[in-house]
Ligand binder design. Structure first.
Ligand code: MG
Length: 288
């Protein structure tokens, strides 16, 4: 069975900020989607998130596996921040999904943007936030409820572009037709509870409409941050894959498929790395 996706996206500055440092990518030909939430002084956050997505698309399009493509984006953003003093210290989150020809979605992830899977009406979070409050939840120092109100919520422990090299989490979803995957920036998840997100994602409207309504719901709740949402509906593609679009997607997906034999190993390495560096507590304030 060959799967394809139908994606819709929306992004909004919100009601408090004066510019939008979020960015998103939907590339149907490559089977690639991503959300990035930039940070940095002046307009450097916008530069970081946009540059990261451009670099991601170029690296993935050239055949890099998704986690290597995220790492390549890190190096490009870092190089730009070193080369231009106005951009020094800029960084971004990056959560990217690549559709593989074997029916998987490989997620490469750094920061506190998120990926979710809606299947049979239930919402499951796929990614783990690289944030201070997530660490405090894991160590038992904060409950989920306390974390929702914690003033340190925007402090992240890992971001793209701040130093040469970055540790990229790799997750794999074995897709089924009817699955709905969502990528979002923290502007959504800090404003809208997961049960409300589940309700909007689950009510049967198009991916485009669901993305727009999720962004609206963040603004209705106060819109204190930029909000970006990409919704991907997974469908069974009965069509032959040797047309133009299909062959492009298949070529890109083939690269992902090669990597798909290793994700569990890579994920295990990531987890071990997290344990080792969990006390490091290097925090990146977002100046918000
Ligand atoms: Mg944000």
């Amino acid at each position: 069975m060959t799967l394809r996706f139908r994606a819709g996206a929306a992004s909004d500055v919100g009601l408090v900020r004066d510019h939008n440092e979020d960015a998103y990518l939907v590339d149907d030909g490559l089977g690639l989607v991503a959300v990035a939430d930039g940070m940095g002084g002046h307009r450097a956050g916008e530069v970081a998130s946009t540059a990261a997505l451009d670099a991601l698309r170029i690296a993935f399009g050239a055949g890099a596996p998704i986690d290597d493509a995220v790492a390549a984006a890190n190096d490009i953003v870092f190089e730009q921040s070193v080369a231009d003093r106005n951009l020094r210290g800029m960084g971004t989150t990056l959560t990217a999904g690549a559709l593989g020809i074997d029916g998987t979605l490989l997620i490469g992830h750094v920061g506190d943007s998120r990926a979710y899977l809606l299947r049979d009406g239930a919402l499951e979070r796929i990614t783990t936030d690289h944030s201070l409050v997530e660490e405090l939840i894991q160590s038992g120092e904060l409950t989920e409820e306390e974390a929702e109100r914690d003033h340190r919520r925007s402090q992240i422990t890992r971001a793209l572009g701040l130093e040469p090299g970055v540790q990229v989490d790799l997750e794999t979803i074995d897709l089924r037709p009817g699955d709905r995957v969502m990528l979002c920036s923290d502007g959504l998840t800090t404003m809208v509870r997961e049960d409300a997100i589940t309700e909007i994602l689950g009510d049967g409207t198009s991916a485009e409409d669901a993305a727009r309504r999720l962004v609206e719901s963040a603004n209705e709740a106060g819109g204190v941050d930029n909000t970006t949402v990409v919704v991907i509906d997974i469908e069974d593609d009965g069509a032959p894959t040797d047309d133009d679009t299909g062959s492009t997607a298949a070529a890109a997906a083939d690269e992902s498929a090669e990597e798909a034999t290793e994700p569990s190993q890579a994920a295990a390495t990531d987890e071990a790395g997290d344990e080792g560096s969990g006390r490091r507590r290097r925090l990146f304030g977002r100046g918000k």
